[in-house]
Write a protein that binds this ligand. Structure first.
Ligand SMILES: Nc1nc2c(ncn2[C@@H]2O[C@H](COP(=O)(O)OP(=O)(O)O)[C@@H](O)[C@H]2O)c(=O)[nH]1
Ligand SMILES: [Mg+2]
Length: 304
């Protein structure tokens, strides 16, 4: 079994920075990590990638050859990737034995809640290579500073969850910057827990521009609440505690935490009902390494 993360989210939400920081963190707690760049629009990669879609297809070539803009070009590239899935599989196979996989995807959100190509690529890899992947959906925390933008982030998160059908963790990224956008209308847990959106409707109703959409907003908020699927965790990629907490959540969602225990029903159930905030010393295979590397984690600069 091979574990990993599918890193998605709108352009600029921090996916590439995340893959860099997350790979460094995971390496320091003893995992061998391979980062796979599937975004042909990523120009300067801060991490060393094991597989790069640029070796298969270049966005600039596609745009020039087919007279497409960047969005159309990316849709073409993902379609091309699906048609050439054998290329990706052959690149991944040598990594499977011992690596944890991080997939850095493009930021065009319609690829993840509307089009089928990326979903088919992910499902194909999961089935053929026996992968256990969690979708990590990054949304820039600054969207919380505007109720309309926050409502659209909720809708985007929900439709992406429903479309991809993967274990899924929604993340408000760049949380370290949240205070720089001014005082939020509500406490942060209002935005992370998504418990009662009636307050949001009130806040939206205050804005004359959105007044005419009041009924639509109400219905959309009810859809989000009725599904009851969306919530967020927060992330500052430079804060080791923040990254560590996210790793715990992801490990629980894709089953990584169960991988090293005896396959007894008692063993599994103990972990399954346990709290999420257990420490790294219990991680399979890595507790000695973790102990050794913890001082280094303290000093790391994930963005460099
Ligand atoms: N302050 C802060 N900036 C971040 C964080 N994550 C990413 N960034 C910045 O956000 C910008 C966009 O990040 P990038 O990883 O290229 O986004 P992508 O388009 O989703 O891959 C870059 O300038 C990053 O340095 C974070 O947690 N905190
Ligand atoms: Mg990127």
């Amino acid at each position: 079994m091979v574990f990993g993360q599918v890193v998605i989210g709108p352009p600029g939400s921090g996916k590439t920075t995340y893959c860099n920081g997350m790979s460094q963190f995971l390496k320091l707690i003893g995992r061998k990590v391979a980062v796979i760049n599937l975004d042909p629009a990523n120009d300067a990669l801060p991490y060393e990638c094991s597989v790069n879609i640029e070796d298969l297809i270049k966005l600039s070539d596609v745009m020039a050859e087919h007279s497409l803009g960047p969005n159309g070009g990316l849709v073409y590239c993902m379609n091309y990737l699906e048609k050439n899935i054998d290329w990706l599989e052959s690149k991944l196979k040598p990594l499977l034995k011992e690596h944890y996989l991080l997939f850095d995807f493009p930021g065009q959100v319609e690829l993840f809640f509307l089009h089928e190509n990326v979903k088919k690529v992910i499902m194909d890899l999961i089935k053929k290579l026996d992968l256990r992947l969690t979708a990590v959906h990054l949304v820039d925390a600054h969207l919380c500073s505007d109720p309309g933008k926050y409502a659209s982030a909720l809708l985007l998160s929900l439709s992406t969850m429903l479309h991809l059908e993967l274990p899924h963790v929604n993340v408000l990224s760049k949380i370290d910057l949240i205070e720089s956008y001014g005082k939020l209308a509500f406490n942060l847990d209002f935005y992370t827990d998504v418990q009662d959106l009636s307050y949001l409707q009130y806040e939206l109703g205050q804005d004359p521009r959105s007044a005419k959409y009041r009924k639509l907003t109400k219905e959309l908020c009810e859809v989000i609440e009725d599904y009851g699927l969306v919530n967020f965790t927060t992330l500052d990629i430079q804060d080791k505690e923040s990254v560590g907490n996210l790793v715990k959540l992801i490990d629980k969602s894709n089953g990584y935490i169960f991988a090293g225990i005896d396959a007894s029903a008692v063993g599994f159930s103990k972990l399954a009902v346990g709290p999420v905030d257990w420490d790294y010393y219990r991680y399979p295979f890595s507790h000695r390494l973790t102990y050794k590397w913890m001082p280094l984690i303290e000093s790391i600069n994930f963005k460099s």
